[in-house]
Write a new protein. Structure first.
Length: 149
């Protein structure tokens, strides 16, 4: 059955609307009506059953730091720290709160970008690894959900 151009266009818009709704649901860092502030991120977060074991977020004045530990067999290994910067709800209005924190860490082998959001009271940490030229490893992405300690 051949659809009319109008029906094809309507089906296309319906597909686009469904995809946009899915992206908005998956990407939404906070629940509707709730503003996330820096104080909501501060604390120690643990990730049960993951290589990434602990993230500690501190705020001293305007500076926000995140420290990371990973699983090294029977113990935790300190990975390092990075300065976190906030993403706001809008470019113009910083008074509405923080939607996410972003940070970069640059060990000798890669640049690691971190995006942290809060979902249902948990810290959702996304890590994007961009390996240096000459390194045979492929870039990759990892996401972890951490619980407040």
């Amino acid at each position: 059955m051949v659809k009319s151009p109008r029906r094809r266009m309507a089906a296309c818009f319906a597909s686009l609307a469904a995809a946009a709704a899915l992206v908005a649901t998956v990407a939404a860092p906070v629940s509707a009506g709730r503003v996330t502030h820096l104080r909501d991120f501060v604390g120690t977060w643990n990730s049960p059953g993951s290589d990434l074991t602990t993230v500690k977020i501190t705020k001293d004045g305007g500076a926000i730091k995140a420290q990371i530990w990973t699983n090294c067999g029977d113990e935790q290994c300190y990975v390092g720290e990075f300065d976190a910067r906030r993403y706001r709800t809008t470019v113009q209005d910083g008074s509405r709160g923080t939607v996410a924190l972003r940070g970069l860490r640059t060990p000798s082998f890669a640049t690691v970008t971190y995006i942290m959001t809060l979902r249902d009271g948990n810290l959702y940490l996304q890590q994007m690894y961009d390996f240096n030229e000459g390194d045979a490893r492929a870039d990759y992405y990892v996401a972890n959900t951490l619980l407040r300690k």
